[in-house]
Design a protein around this ligand. Structure first.
Ligand SMILES: Cc1ncc(C[n+]2csc(CCOP(=O)(O)OP(=O)(O)O)c2C)c(N)n1
Length: 679
């Protein structure tokens, strides 16, 4: 076996050379964590470079994503499809080596990291998914789900609040197969961290029910390897944190232990000095064959996967249905019968034509969908009774003192998670669950607190993950809780996130269809914005076109005026029935109005122009009605918007509707005024 120190130096050299070539990047952390990487990647990590999606692989998350060159060097050296040319192209347009690791861009990157603290939360989600899948699918003598989740994280991740949320849950959930290695180098961008990071990290993690090992010398690969071995041995009822004392920029005579090592290329002369200090005589990007061979993980990976394949074949023989179900779930495919389930749920809502809050309509739809989809893994950030995210099929998820998943009476595991008051943690954990595969996570909170989760929602969109956010109490209609709880800019601001579908359904049929769309859209997250207050069922002839994001709900003829529309009212969610009332008022004055319900702007925006024009005809003035910020509506060329561009008030909802102009009279007046301005 090659000298572990030289294996680590190969990582250091590739990192400093690629960063120098790009003239951009973060050399300090890769150089500091190189020995930890040797310990994990050559000693413990079970992976197969030829098949980065192999279900039985260990997961590795680089939570301190600015150390991306460490991961790229590891993937290259161990044999992933990441040739040296890609490392030479670090941070360049269309390379596979983006500034920070990106899921879906680089084979072997398990999650996109860079926003500090979210990687560790993703890892918690992955470890949770592993544990739950093991409880669901393993059978005596047939252990097919049995892998670990490893994380590297630094001071930045430790300081971020989200790491507290996620690590507290990892302890509470007793995720024994989660092993985190902390790059404890005492430096962040502003310098020595002691004045702003005085936490007792050992006590913190012990208090969160973790095992803590170390501090160990993070440059002693053998010591780190032993610590990982110890953590693996424990692996029962506690996650493990291994504290690794390291030197940022290790090996660089002029930069080691300084904040300057963090985020600047070393420079040609310092690289030369570092090569000399490390005893690494090779040219830039040159890896000697014996080091390359020592890193090559392809044979071991193929062997590990083959062993797993054999185990899986025996499992499939003994439990063919379970095996097929496991494959389906890991592939993220819905069962063949789901399309019918989705239709049935919408038709049932239509036939019942109930007046319900859309949050309740969501629960009714979920009742059917959680029955049909065992992979639905729900939850709420301590608002279950308000978000209505639970159903009779999703009992609470619980763990016993030994760390096992508690089974309910019929032997099933809980599928509804009490995340506690941890919105951001919940959102990032859900991303990890989705990335792992096997589950479709959804979670609830109030819409106004979507801000807490926001960056994780953005990351789900960036990673194209099917994560579903249930945001209830979606307007001033929540009433007396007041402006702190009344979302104003939230719908508009969520709609700005590329790749996120935002749905604000108007009644029970729209809600069922929004849910079905969110579930059927395999490669995008969705947010469902749901009302607290009751909404009447809308009069409609059929359910077609709801899934297209916007559709003509009512023509002037429906209000007794058989003529072409002079104006179009576009409304969403709880305001659609108001639009219909305004349509009636206007019809009485011989003003012909079409009402368009637009539950999802992004879905509508993706429709062919012909359809868009059929819904919103050219030359007919448009008036939008939504209880929220008006900004986003102007893009539809609206002549007027009935919206809210200030904070709400604390009062009973009917008073607020009056105050903010959400009355049929005001909507009708606004339409009339818009028409008057044109003539
Ligand atoms: C949420 C978030 N805030 C800020 C940053 C910018 N940032 C990148 S690295 C870093 C310091 C991290 O310190 P540490 O984890 O100790 O990394 P090291 O200095 O050891 O490389 C900061 C503030 C970020 N990437 N994410």
């Amino acid at each position: 076996m090659a000298d572990p120190a030289q294996m680590a130096n190969a990582l250091r050299a590739l990192a400093m050379d690629a960063i120098q070539q790009a003239n951009s990047g973060h050399p300090g952390a890769p150089m500091g964590m190189a020995d930890m990487a040797v310990a994990l990647w050559s000693g413990h990590l079970r992976h197969n470079p030829a098949d980065p999606r192999w279900a039985g692989r260990d997961r590795f998350v680089l939570s301190n994503g600015h150390a991306s060159m460490l991961l790229y060097a590891l993937l290259h050296l161990t044999g992933y499809d990441l040739p040296i040319g890609e490392l030479k192209n670090f941070r360049q347009l269309h390379s596979k080596t983006a500034g920070h690791p990106e899921w879906g861009v680089t084979p072997g990157v398990e999650t996109t990291t860079g926003p500090l603290g979210q990687g560790i939360a993703n890892a918690v989600g992955m470890a949770l998914a592993e544990k739950l899948l093991a409880a669901e699918f393993n059978r005596p003598g047939h252990t097919i789900v049995d892998h670990r989740t490893y994380v590297f994280l630094g001071d930045g991740c430790m300081m971020e609040g989200i790491s507290h949320e996620a690590c507290a849950l990892a302890g509470a959930w007793k995720l024994g197969k989660l092993i985190a290695l902390y790059d404890d180098n005492g430096i962040s961008i502003d310098g020595q961290i002691a004045p702003w990071f005085a936490d007792d990290t050992v006590k913190r993690f012990e208090a969160c029910q973790w095992n803590v090992l170390g501090p160990v010398d993070g440059h002693d690969a053998a010591a780190v390897q032993r610590a990982i071995g110890q953590a693996r041995q424990w692996s029962s009822d506690r996650p493990t944190l291994i504290i690794c004392r390291t030197h940022i920029g290790f090996g660089s005579p002029g930069r080691q232990d300084s904040a300057k090592a963090h985020g600047e290329p070393l420079g040609a002369s310092e690289i030369e000095a570092t090569r000399a200090a490390l005893g690494w005589p090779y040219a830039p990007f040159e890896i000697p064959p014996h080091i390359q061979a020592a890193w090559d993980a392809r044979a071991a990976g193929a062997h590990a996967q083959q062993q797993w394949d054999e185990r899986f074949a025996a499992y499939a023989q003994a439990f063919p249905q379970l095996a097929a179900e496991f494959k389906r779930r890991m592939a993220g495919e819905l069962p063949a019968h789901f399309a019918q389930t989705a239709v049935d749920a919408a038709v049932a809502a239509h036939q019942k034509a109930e007046t319900v809050a859309s949050r309740k309509a969501s629960q009714i739809a979920l009742e059917a969908f959680t029955a049909a989809l065992p992979e639905l893994l729900g939850g709420s950030a301590d608002l279950t009774g308000s978000n209505l995210t639970n159903t009779s099929h999703t009992l609470p998820l619980r763990f016993d003192t030994a760390g096992n998943v508690v089974r309910h009476e019929a032997g099933q595991i809980g599928r509804h998670i009490n995340y506690g008051v941890r919105e951001f943690g919940m959102a990032a954990i859900m991303n990890g669950v989705a990335l792992h595969g096997g589950y479709i996570p959804y979670g609830g909170t109030f819409l106004t607190f979507s801000d807490y989760s926001r960056n994780a929602i953005r990351m789900a969109a960036l990673m194209r993950q099917r994560v579903i956010h249930v945001f209830t109490h979606d307007s001033i209609g929540l009433g007396e809780d007041g402006p702190t709880h009344q979302p104003i800019e939230h719908a508009a601001s969520l709609r700005l996130i590329p790749g996120l579908d935002v749905w604000r359904p108007a009644d029970s049929a729209e809600t069922a269809i929004a849910w079905a769309q969110a579930l059927q859209n395999k490669d995008r997250p969705s947010a469902l914005l749901l009302s607290r207050h009751n909404l009447p069922y809308l009069p409609r002839r059929n359910l077609s076109n709801i899934s297209r994001g916007a559709y003509v709900l009512s023509e002037p003829g429906d209000a007794g005026l058989a003529r072409a529309a002079q104006a179009v009212i576009i409304a969403t969610g709880s305001e659609v029935h108001l639009a219909l009332q305004a349509q009636d008022l206007l019809a009485a004055q011989k003003i012909a109005v079409r009402v368009v319900s637009m539950p999802s702007t992004s879905v509508f925006d993706r429709q062919p122009p012909r359809y868009q024009l059929a819904v919103l005809p050219a030359g007919v003035p448009r008036i939008a009605v939504e209880m929220g910020a008006t900004d986003g509506w102007w893009k539809y060329g609206c002549a007027a918007v009935v919206g809210i561009d200030r904070f709400g008030e604390s009062a009973p909802a009917p008073k607020l509707f009056e105050l903010f102009g959400f009355t049929s009279q005001n909507v009708a007046d606004t339409v009339r005024a818009a028409l008057a301005r044109r003539s």
